[in-house]
Ligand binder design. Sequence first.
Ligand code: BGC
Length: 269
Amino acid sequence: MEVSLKNQIAVITGASSGIGAGIAKSMAEAGATVVVNYPFDGALDQANSVLQEITQKGGKGIVYQCDVSKEDEVIKMFHEVVEQLGTVDILVNNAGIQKDAKFTEMTLDQWNAVIGVNLTGQFLCAREAIKEFLRRGIDLSRSAACGKIIHISSVHEIIPWAGHANYASSKGAIRMLMQTLAQEYGGDKIRVNSICPGAIQTPINTNAWSNTEAMNSLLTLIPYNRIGQPQDIGNLAVFLASDLADYITGTSIFIDGAMTTFESFSTGG
Ligand code: BGC
């Protein structure tokens, strides 16, 4: 059976770099028309180069600037995307940031910035996407489901992370947001799931892989003994958004080279 996203419109937040860019490329390759969302003017060039790579391979899409933590910007983005492309079938709630600090030194600004993008941003985009899914209704020429939401969470949905209380809290909360939405809108045939990546080689965690010592230390946490690539997440996102995954909803899928088996317990405990 073919894994296809043909005739579908996918909004991918934070798609100008990292995991989001990887997902946008994979989804476009699977036939979706992608909205490459980027957060601010400074990221326009990066968003354009993601789109250029997509169109060079025969894919389709647009770039769209929107800070997902701002309600008016999110409402406007969904309104304009629907106006321009007709509807939205898939939302990939990917935009995410880290502002790391020791807990007693963490400022309210650092806390609010991370919760604002990673959690409030996912709430706002999911709300606007679900409104559009319900307005359009099921269209079997597009998909068996009325709409699909993929939250990009993290292994830190379940692994506590010293020095990253804001980030880990945002990811833990995403699990309850995802499951609640899957429960609330299952009857409308809207599928909602999370992807929980481990260490993926992107700009957000450069300090964990940019030199040999850091990489070797990172690999001690990963039984499969390699860092992940955005393409690994893209592959899973395509499957999860496709009709092959039609019975998968309300779940978190970890994609982490077995990081969540807690490698340090292989010789202890
Ligand atoms: C974080 C990365 C980190 C990885 C594994 C991700 O959610 O954004 O910085 O390398 O989790 O710890």
